[in-house]
Design a protein around this ligand. Structure first.
Ligand code: F6P
Length: 556
């Protein structure tokens, strides 16, 4: 299963951090008052991302020990092994090369005898030609009409990346061309996504790395039936299914044989490789819907954004390496200060799916209990990631972050330039959004003391309820604007944060065996719902009771 990872607890840095955590009493008010350079010292630039770590629960000694921890667990060597194409995904015996998807077109990287950059570029050229054809109306549906809606059918990494990026970059999408996304096997999803669409102008992209995922194949069949029925109703004669499907279905997969079995012409399929994990695949052919929406030039900018952060992660020394520092900070909170969760709070409506995207990236990667050599982990691993766009979150769950009993480190993300520069009379509305971004991080860091509350004339009995303890850690990230490049930079930032944490914990951040059992059981249980008495008898009593409840209420 691979060479044993370094047990982080065996390092000198872990011992230092343990000592520093013992009786640790952060005091951001005092730290800021005593050290006017704190923000300058703890602010970093990676590409277009300006990252301020100064409002974290971080002393100089803690920071030094975290950097030392990164070195002692071999983070730089493991990072280099990933970029080189070593088989670091040991439980699946694979290289981990999503970074090759965005390498410069004129570079090369030979892995297993093949230049993966050339392979990537070949597929990209095909995607771009396809995107141009759809955008220009050269690609026509069966009845001769141009495509107006692209529906991506996929789930997990074959959905979350494309939908998140499309929502984020919608202002760059071609007018008159809309993308929709179907993921859930709940038939509501397909029904509502297809509602109001015209089959003659709808193109489906079936996105599935394995082309064996129950949800995606079921939805693809539902969409195919809807398409064929709809086109037949308006087409002349009795066209064959295959001829209709050929003009309205393309596929993205590593399993091109299964694509053909499904009835999609391999000429209309875009491949990728087993060294791209699902949750790391938005910059592969899985991003085809995005490439169609924003066009090849913008998609290239998106890839260049990833590359900017890859280069930073590869070259910046650990003490100035933003993804490494943010990953190590998460280790500090998780393993030394007892944080169980981590909030991501974009002050940008366009990033409303970013927290959901990060949930798969971080939790499918680092929610592990054994290390890459098969031995049990020696520390807690992956924290629960969650979030919502500010300011909506402020009126929902921020209460707990400000005054609750739990430590919730939070990343705040904002942009200097708004997507829509609207004014409310003389007020620039984006400035109100940014004022909230600044106000929240300040309130979380510095709080409000009992004396300050009293000074406002508050009745003594209510003072405790109105105190804000402060010392609630936040990282603030700001970029000039949410461009395709900046989005690529943000995604790569979190990919490498996730990687850093996985290396410290000694886990394989690239497998996901924990999703398998439920998938197998669903297939086993399905016949019981459909009335198979033997399958029902083989279930536990709780499952049996629910199957009976279902059948009774569905009158089966
Ligand atoms: O449910 C887990 C998972 O395997 C994810 O890792 C993956 O992104 C998703 O399913 C979809 O898989 P596929 O692209 O093969 O359909």
């Amino acid at each position: 299963m691979g060479a044993a990872p370094v047990d982080p607890r065996s390092t000198a840095a872990w011992a230092s951090l343990t000592r520093l955590a013992d009786g640790f009493t952060p005091d951001l008010r005092r730290w800021f008052a005593d050290d006017p350079d704190r923000t300058d010292r703890l602010s970093y630039d990676a590409g277009d991302l300006h990252v301020d770590l100064s409002r974290n629960l971080l002393s100089a000694e803690v920071l030094d020990a975290l950097v030392a921890l990164g070195a002692e667990v071999g983070l730089p060597a493991r990072r280099d092994a990933m970029f080189r194409g070593d088989q670091i995904n040991v439980s699946e015996n694979r290289a981990v090369l999503h970074t090759a998807l965005r390498r410069a077109a004129d570079s090369n990287l030979v892995v297993g005898g093949a230049d993966v950059v050339e392979e990537v570029q070949t597929v990209l050229r095909r995607i771009y030609a396809f995107a141009d054809d759809v955008r220009s109306g050269t690609w026509r549906g069966f009845t001769g009409e141009a495509i107006r809606t692209v529906v991506n059918i996929g789930i997990g990494g074959s959905d979350l990346g494309p939908v998140m990026a499309y929502e984020a970059l919608k202002p760059y999408a071609q007018a008159g061309l809309e993308c929709r996304f179907v993921s859930n096997i709940d038939p509501t999803d397909a029904a509502e996504t297809l509602a109001g669409l015209d089959p003659a102008t709808t193109l489906f992209i079936v996105s599935s790395k394995t082309f064996g995922t129950l949800e995606t194949l079921t939805n693809a069949r539902l969409c195919r039936a809807w398409l064929v029925d709809g086109v037949r109703a308006v087409a002349d004669g009795a066209p064959a299914d295959a001829d209709i499907v050929a003009r309205h279905f393309v596929a993205v997969s590593t399993a091109l044989d299964k694509v053909a079995e499904f009835g999609i012409d391999p000429a209309n399929a875009f491949g990728f490789w087993d060294w791209v994990g699902g949750r790391y695949s938005v910059d592969s052919a899985i991003g085809t819907s995005l490439a169609v929406a924003i066009g090849p030039e913008r998609f290239e900018e998106f890839l260049a954004g990833f590359r900017t952060i890859d280069e930073h992660f590869q070259s910046a020394p650990l003490e100035r390496n933003v993804p490494a520092l943010m990953g190590l900070l998460n280790v500090w909170y998780t393993n030394f200060l007892g944080a169980q969760t981590h909030a991501v709070l974009p002050y940008a409506q366009s990033l409303h799916r970013f927290p959901a995207y990060l949930q798969q990236l971080t939790m499918e990667s680092n929610g592990k209990r054994v290390r890459w050599d098969g031995t049990p982990v020696t520390t807690d691993t992956g924290e629960v990631f969650w979030g919502e766009p500010g300011t909506n979150g402020q009126h929902a769950f921020y209460q707990l972050i400000h005054q609750g009993t739990r430590l919730v480190p939070a990343d705040f993300i904002a942009f200097a330039t708004p997507t829509y520069p609207l004014a409310d009379g003389a007020t620039d509305v984006h400035e109100l959004l940014l004022a909230n971004f600044l106000a929240q991080t300040r309130a979380l860091a510095f709080g409000k003391t009992a004396d300050e509350v009293r000074a406002e004339g508050t009745a003594e009995a209510i003072v405790p309820a109105r105190v804000f303890p402060g010392n609630r850690p936040t990282t603030s990230i700001m970029a000039p604007a949410l461009t395709p490049s900046v989005l690529g930079q943000l995604i790569a930032l979190y990919e490498h944060i996730t990687f850093t944490q996985g290396v410290v914990w000694g886990i394989d951040s690239f497998d996901q065996w924990g999703v398998e059992l439920g998938k197998q059981l669903a297939v086993q249980i399905a016949p019981a719902l459909a009335g198979d008495a033997d399958v029902l008898a083989a279930q536990d009593t709780s499952t049996q009771a629910f199957v009976r409840y279902y059948r009774e209420h569905r009158q089966r």
